[in-house]
Design a protein around this ligand. Structure first.
Ligand code: ATP
Ligand code: MG
Length: 655
């Protein structure tokens, strides 16, 4: 990184504070004392959290960091993840508790108690064994959001097969490269799932992918939609093979460092990386963070994370974290606007969801659709609401708090990555006085800091690179099959520190604000300006729902700020006029200072996003600099770039 990126400007000032509700603070799972206790004895603290799990053999050492950056946690310990997520709750008398309230997009529903889940996982485990899958083998999973997806993951974990879940929206080619990279022996899929009111086929994509994947021996297919599928010799139906299995299976223990899963990152910055997570440390941290950050009370809460299990958020906070804690969760198959734009709020009302976890991209979409939609539903069961995936703009936070959380629920903005495996920086809902837009502090047991380009912590009020300073239990162990890339990608920018790729600042109180990816930072007249702050300033205009900004080469200022803006539904007709663009530019200048005033603003109907909903700014940079658009293979909707390019002729600069 060039020297000019050694610090990042801190432009946005935010004075709103939301203290925790008294009732929540009084009964909180985790209180302020945990920070000090963890800081005094970090490894002792994590050992205590590992004791939330059931181990068949206790570990000898909490951490082996003798060969950095290759960590081993709970060395010598043994446990079974599926036993911890399912069987032990049944043994403890909670077999009748609902594990999943599953809601299909067409309106069909299924309830799985922990006792049901135990039987289903046992049958699936026996079926995997019959199909020749053994401990250490890899299994690719390409499925819609149906109960057989977590069941398959748990069955793999139970027998010690390493799963690689590939998001159901990926192409045959993307699936094939992921199957090949892991040399998967089995693929588990479905005929299809329901999306946007219709069956959406998956099996044809698998058929195409496995034409040239020599490692694949069998394809196990769940019937979900009943649409006709081509049948090949390698195919076996779930209802033929799994249903007839014995519904008991004895879980064998696995080493704490046994590979649990491989998962590819979202691909916002480029080629996805196959991140490897292991067993004991991973489950320890996902269980602890789910308990701490969401204040989960398993007897009374109904928890819903709206992510897709194809992403890490779904792995950690739909499957492993909630189940390890014995939670009751909602799982939903479809899209938020099928059959109507109130579907999610209807689900919250129906199941009396008390904890809700979603992404800024969804929140901004709901802002765009209008306040009147959630207002039609009873959301009074909610008590904690969370956000993950991108920086949450202060205005989106405040909208979420007000229109979904009834100005009562704390918002937890959780920063983490596929690589970190679990939440790292977040408010604690019973402790933290939240600031809209801030991820606040590293969780107890986590050491993170914002540093300058010499790895020196920046003072309060300063911005720079977000680094992790100590190993953590759910950290990635490597990039699958590529230790060298692991070292180079994450551990070589700063000696001894993990560098996450994100920019951040510490405010006057030392609280952390994420500022977007350092690759996206704009250098304007010698100032490093973060995309996040300018986007947040735009979103704070009452007529703006969503914004993305990039730096484009400029003869005068080095780089100039170019903004792409989606207006709110309520914004009215004249959002394309020159007056409105001028108003927006002045609004940014007024909010952040003249240095941050965009040179150019384009009103667009959509923004380019990854399949996990993150804005891909590098493609917008290509547009802003009149280049042909770069690699779009991880883009969710390839037509979006055409829609934006069509806007270009009108994209002249003002002033
Ligand atoms: P790739 O690494 O392939 O480019 P990706 O980084 O988008 O893909 P993920 O691991 O899904 O893949 O996303 C992690 C990133 O998401 C973080 O590095 C950060 O940029 C962003 N992020 C996640 N949560 C937050 C948050 N609460 N605030 C700000 N940014 C967040
Ligand atoms: Mg990343």
């Amino acid at each position: 990184m060039s020297e000019s990126q050694e610090t990042l400007s801190n432009l946005l000032q935010e004075t709103r504070r939301f203290p925790p509700p008294a009732e929540l603070a009084e009964s909180a799972n985790v209180t302020a004392e945990a920070y000090e206790r963890a800081a005094a004895d970090r490894l002792g603290f994590w050992a205590e959290q590992a004791d939330r799990l059931t181990w068949t053999k206790r570990w000898d050492d909490v951490l082996d960091w003798s060969n950095p950056p290759f960590a081993k946690w709970f060395v010598g310990g043994e446990l079974n993840i599926a036993y911890n997520c399912v069987d032990r709750h049944v043994e403890n008398g909670h077999g009748d508790r609902v594990a999943y309230h599953w809601e299909g997009e067409p309106g069909d529903a299924r309830t799985l108690t922990y006792a049901d889940l135990q039987k289903e996982v046992a049958k699936a485990s026996n079926a995997l064994l019959e199909l020749g899958v053994r401990k250490g083998d890899r299994v690719a999973i390409y499925m819609p959001m149906i109960p057989e997806l977590p069941i398959s993951m748990l069955a793999c974990a139970r027998i010690g097969a390493t799963h690689s879940v590939v998001f159901g929206g990926f192409s045959a080619d993307a699936l094939r490269t992921r199957i090949d990279d892991a040399a998967a022996k089995l693929v588990i899929t479905a005929d299809g799932g329901y999306r946007r009111g219709k069956p959406s086929a998956l099996k044809p994509t698998v058929d195409e992918a496995v034409q040239s994947t020599p490692s694949v021996e069998k394809v196990l297919v769940v019937r979900r939609t009943g649409e006709p599928v081509a049948e090949h010799e390698r195919d076996v139906w779930w209802h033929d093979v799994v249903e007839r299995q014995n519904d008991t299976h004895t879980a064998e223990p696995h080493d704490s460092e046994h590979p649990l899963y491989i998962l590819y990152t979202s691909g916002t910055t480029g080629k996805p990386k196959g991140i490897l997570h292991t067993t004991g440390g991973y489950l320890t941290q996902v269980a602890y963070t789910h308990h701490a950050v969401f204040d989960l009370k398993p007897e009374t809460d109904v928890y819903w994370c709206s992510a897709d299990i194809g992403w890490v958020t779904g792995h950690s906070y739909i499957v492993y974290g909630p189940l390890a804690n014995g939670a009751t969760s909602v799982m939903y198959e479809g899209t938020p606007d099928t059959p109507h734009r109130g579907r999610w709020w209807e689900i919250i009302q129906k199941y009396k969801v008390s904890i809700f976890y979603t992404a800024p991209t969804a929140i901004r979409t709901f802002m765009k659709w209008g306040d009147d939609i959630p207002a039609q539903y009873d959301l009074s069961s909610l008590r904690v609401i969370g956000s993950v995936g991108e920086p949450i703009n202060p205005e989106a936070y405040v909208w979420y708090r007000e229109h979904i959380g009834a100005s009562r629920c704390p918002v937890v903005d959780t920063w983490w990555q596929t690589e970190t495996g679990a939440i790292m920086i977040s408010p604690l809902p019973g402790v933290t006085a939240g600031k809209p837009g801030a991820a606040m502090r590293p969780l107890p047991g986590i050491a993170a800091d914002v540093v300058d380009d010499q790895a020196r912590p920046v003072p309060n009020g300063g911005g720079g690179f977000l680094t992790l300073q100590e190993p953590w239990p759910s950290m990635l162990r490597t990039i699958w099959g590529d230790d060298e890339r692991y070292v180079k990608t994450y551990w070589s920018r700063f000696e001894g520190l993990y560098f996450a790729g994100d920019g951040a600042k510490k405010d006057e109180d030392g609280d952390i604000w994420l500022l977007g990816r350092v690759d996206d930072v704009m250098l304007v007249s010698g100032h490093n300006i973060s995309t996040t702050e300018v986007e947040s300033a735009l979103v704070s205009h009452p007529k703006v729902a969503e914004a993305a900004v990039v730096g484009a080469t400029d003869p005068v200022t080095g780089q100039a700020i170019v903004a792409f803006v989606i207006p709110r539904g309520s914004a009215g007709e004249d959002v394309e006029g020159e007056d409105f663009l001028k108003e927006l530019r002045n609004h940014v200048a007024h909010t952040l200072g003249p240095i941050a005033k965009p040179r150019q603003i384009m009103i667009v109907p959509e923004l380019p996003k990854t399949r996990s909903g993150k804005i891909m700014r590098r493609l917008l940079r290509d547009v802003a600099e009149n280049r042909s658009v770069g690699d779009v293979t991880t883009l969710a909707d390839s037509t979006v770039m055409n829609l934006i390019s069509e806007k270009l002729p009108s994209a002249k600069s003002e002033d």
